[in-house]
Design a protein around this ligand. Structure first.
Ligand code: SF4
Ligand code: SF4
Length: 471
């Protein structure tokens, strides 16, 4: 399909010379976004409050006797939704990391910054926790601007103390919640019950984290997305003309302006889309680094279109190409193919996680040992056994020599493992001489949990180079 050129003089590109939130002198321009309203904002609110509730409640919920998410770096044990992961699961971690990386790249190439607008913690904390409190105390955009212009007075002072007090309290609770993910909620409650002086180190740590969190959401705000976030900085290399982003339909909107003039496009230049933008940009200039795809401008413009009796979607989710070709559909063959790859990737990663061994067993021959005579007609080899119980229950294990005929003796205690326990034992494997076919006889050991075979492990049994079976 042929692309339609952009209307003449549509774009003044000087906005690309500087950031929307920095003036010519390099001073920060504070953004006072208007409170967004609309269908997409409502959907995002539901997603955001679900995620926030999950974040604050997860350390208080238990599954299989463990905290729902517990990242115990000291003991190197990570619990995710009732499943414990250990350093031995490193291969799964690598798989998860690679899948995540490929997922992020493919997802961004196809769907742009949807994650930033709908699920990024920075957006969720800012737009659905801190900003609503600001609207409640300081009022909407115009009132906030007016308050900012005022000299300090008792009302302003009261509002500032109240707002920043609540901001710091939320930051403190968030910091405690983060700590609960790492050391567990019981340990955190114990710390809180004690005297601050007794836990001075932890208290300082929590206060530093709270202060950083407070600084980000009370002051630094959208600068995180524009200046710090590596994902945001990478958008330039990941997005192309086919990526779906929040976009302005310049073919329909331009030339912008008010009045009933037939030559005019649908954009009445009311700037509502600019007023609601939390990063202070004008989406009509095209895709920009600062845009976090929050959809506030879509909702604002749809309301305007409704009021002036024009079709919605002057600003909408669309690819640059679909707009230039005046197409309604945004998904192309590449987007569909990439989406299928994403689903397969998720499927493979989930399968690998769900089918990992619940009890991991390692059996290796003890270093520096050879064979030993065991009675008159048999030889024995010594092995090191390690078992890790990754399941949510205590288990009782058993070993059987499947090939060839012989015997396994576990030296030391029985093979009972508590949840999360790691045990080490020595094994003696005894083979009758007639079963030893070479200096390296292949053996197969069956691993049984509660009487059910869960794994087979191959190893070798060392014998003499030339064995006189008649001896
Ligand atoms: S809200 Fe819509 S009509 Fe108003 S300036 Fe933005 S794009 Fe134009
Ligand atoms: S341009 Fe629109 S989608 Fe992008 S950050 Fe601003 S309001 Fe959100």
């Amino acid at each position: 399909m042929e692309s339609n050129p952009k209307p003449e003089n549509y774009q003044d590109l000087t906005f690309r010379d500087r950031m929307a939130t920095v003036d010519k002198e390099g001073k920060r321009i504070w953004v006072f976004p208007k409170k967004p309203k609309g269908k997409l904002t409502n959907y995002r609110r539901v997603v955001a409050y679900f995620l926030l509730a999950f974040f604050y409640l997860a350390p208080h919920l238990k599954l299989n006797g463990d905290q729902l998410i517990y990242l115990d770096f000291l003991d190197r044990r990570f619990v995710l939704f009732g499943q414990s992961f250990y350093p031995q699961d490193f291969h799964l971690l690598v798989l998860a990391f690679i899948s995540l990386l490929v997922f992020i790249i493919l997802f961004t190439v196809v769907y742009g910054r949807i994650f930033c607008g709908w699920a990024c913690p920075q957006t969720i904390f800012m737009e659905f926790l801190y900003r609503p409190i600001e609207y409640l105390i300081d009022g909407d955009r115009n009132k906030q601007k007016e308050l900012a212009r005022q000299q300090m007075n008792p009302t302003k002072l009261f509002k500032r103390i109240l707002k920043h007090g609540i901001f710091f309290l939320i930051s403190f609770i968030t910091s405690i919640t983060f700590l609960s993910y790492v050391i567990g909620w019981p340990a955190v409650s114990e710390l809180m019950a004690g005297w601050p002086a007794d836990n001075f180190g932890s208290l300082v740590g929590v206060l530093i984290f709270s202060g950083t969190h407070y600084f980000i959401f009370a002051w630094f705000r959208e600068q995180v997305c524009s200046l710090v976030c590596p994902y945001g900085r990478l958008q330039g290399v990941m997005l192309d003309h086919n990526s779906i982003v929040v976009a302005y339909d310049y073919l329909r909107g331009e030339p912008r302006g008010r009045g009933k003039n037939e030559d005019k496009g649908d954009c009445i230049d009311c700037k509502r889309c600019v007023d609601v933008c939390p990063t202070g940009i004008d989406i009509r200039n095209g895709t920009q680094l600062e845009c976090i795809n929050c959809t506030a401008c879509i909702d604002a413009c749809n309301t305007v279109m409704y009021t002036i009796d024009k079709p919605k979607g002057l600003i909408r989710y669309a690819s640059e190409r679909s707009i230039s070709e005046a197409r309604k559909h945004v998904l192309n063959a590449r987007a569909i193919a990439y989406s299928i790859v994403l689903v397969i990737l998720l499927g493979v990663a989930s399968y690998a996680f769900m089918n990992r061994d619940e009890v991991e067993t390692t059996i290796v021959r003890t270093q520096g040992t050879l064979f030993q005579a065991y009675g008159e007609n048999a030889l024995s080899n010594l092995y090191d056994l390690q078992m890790i119980n990754k399941s949510a229950n205590n288990v009782s294990m058993e070993l059987k020599l499947l090939e060839p005929t012989g015997e396994i003796k576990v030296l030391g205690d029985s093979l009972k493992l508590d949840k999360g326990e790691v045990i080490k034992r020595n094994l003696l494997i005894i083979l009758p001489k007639e079963e030893i076919t070479s200096s390296n006889t292949h053996i197969m050991i069956g691993i049984y949990k509660g009487g059910e075979e869960i794994e087979k492990i191959s190893s070798s049994f060392v014998g003499p180079n030339s064995l006189d079976k008649n001896e």
